[in-house]
Design a protein around this ligand. Structure first.
Ligand code: SF4
Ligand code: SF4
Length: 77
């Protein structure tokens, strides 16, 4: 069995706070941080890997990386 770990990485150095990605994400995974006025991720488990957020970022600040890993097998007895 494979486990998919989703990483949506937003480079805060590159993010200009335009908010385009927030409007494009259909799952509300990307929000604006009120303090920094930059995009941040919340509830990554809701991300459906559509990558709609990636091409529309004017500064290429977003990286979506699905990673498949084998779960840790534990046996006892
Ligand atoms: S689209 Fe890019 S630059 Fe604009 S808020 Fe999102 S991450 Fe930041
Ligand atoms: S890949 Fe799709 S669901 Fe995931 S953060 Fe980007 S726009 Fe939202």
């Amino acid at each position: 069995m494979e486990v998919i770990t989703i990483a949506v990485i937003i480079d805060s150095e590159l993010c200009n706070g335009c908010g385009i990605c927030v409007n494009y994400c259909p799952m509300d995974v990307i929000r604006m941080d009120e303090e920094s006025q930059k995009a941040i991720t919340k509830y990554l488990e809701d991300c459906m890997l559509c990558e709609l957020c990636v091409p529309d970022c004017p500064t290429n600040a977003i990286t979506v990386t699905p990673e498949k890993t084998a779960p840790l097998m534990v046996s006892w007895g």
